[in-house]
Design a protein around this ligand. Structure first.
Ligand code: ATP
Ligand code: BTN
Length: 245
């Protein structure tokens, strides 16, 4: 991919900024990075904490013309690409929590937010938003609603943000190239190696309804497979929350 890089000090959300600044040329990817987001967001309207200089807040605009077979699969594949980029910079013992959180010792290191503009079965822009904690103060960590960790703690030393971003752009471009030909099926086995909850009893909550079962992996579309008393069920979509039970 040809790449345009746009950096700024402060913006609402890089997911919105990348939409504004990208020229929409097919085959060209625009990446936006901000030192600080004033209204960084997570999935389902949640807040993503991204204080000045302490995270990587990056979004990419990927224009596709023929729709994408499975956005869910894409979201998992992006999680894997982020994990690989972090590993290339020295991080070890990382895990993936379906659909796409990157965890270390059960704590959240990175989150991903995919948003689609246009027709997801035809021509559309997929906005890929990635947040990675680089160095947060204890105070900042306490302000987050769940256990969080930063790359400084994971690696036991300071890691260059520039090096991580460069690697991320590389890994992500490669993965998208592969994904556009072979979909998530290409990445399923690798993803499974890092599955934080594989083979464990979990509870999934789908819009208020809770189910318990054994996490038996993911399918080729990126759906979550849970073995319950009434058989193996597939869970799809961003409305599902997964917890260790
Ligand atoms: P799920 O409900 O599927 O288990 P989740 O609890 O991780 O997912 P998401 O909507 O994916 O929730 O992510 C948003 C959440 O991430 C926020 O509610 C907050 O708890 C957490 N969060 C916000 N900022 C950060 C950060 N910088 N580092 C780690 N976690 C964060
Ligand atoms: C989540 O775990 O819920 C997803 C968090 C995604 C955060 C990133 S930071 C860059 C981009 N801009 C946003 O406002 N959100 C994403």
């Amino acid at each position: 991919h040809a790449v345009t890089l746009h950096t700024c000090f402060s913006t609402g959300s890089t997911n919105d900024l990348v939409k504004e600044v990208s020229d929409g040329q097919p085959g060209r990817m625009t990446f936006c990075l901000a030192e600080h987001q004033t209204s960084g967001r997570g999935r389902r309207g949640r807040t993503w904490v991204s204080p000045f200089g302490s995270t990587i807040s990056m979004s990419a605009n990927w224009r596709i013309s023929e729709g994408t077979a499975s956005l869910e699969g894409l979201s998992l594949a992006v999680g894997l690409a982020v994990l690989k980029a972090l590993e290339a910079n020295g991080a070890r013992n990382l895990e993936l929590k379906w659909p796409n959180d990157v965890l270390w010792q059960g704590k959240k290191l990175s989150g991903i937010l995919l948003e689609v503009h246009g027709d997801p079965t035809g021509e559309c822009d997929v906005i890929i938003g990635i947040g990675i904690n680089i160095k947060l103060s204890e105070e900042q960590k306490k302000g987050i609603g769940q256990p969080a960790v930063d790359l400084y703690q994971v690696c036991g030393k300071a890691v260059s943000r520039n090096a991580v971003v460069a690697q991320l752009i590389n890994t992500l471009s490669h993965m998208l190239e592969g994904f556009s030909h072979g979909g998530f099926a290409l990445y399923k086995d690798q993803w499974s190696e890092y599955d934080a909850f594989r083979g464990q009893e979990v509870s999934v909550e789908v819009t208020g309804r809770k189910e318990k079962g054994l996490n038996v992996g993911v399918n080729e579309q990126g759906g979550l497979l849970i073995k319950t008393e009434t058989g193996v069920k597939v869970f799809n979509g961003g409305e599902v929350s997964l917890r260790k039970s």
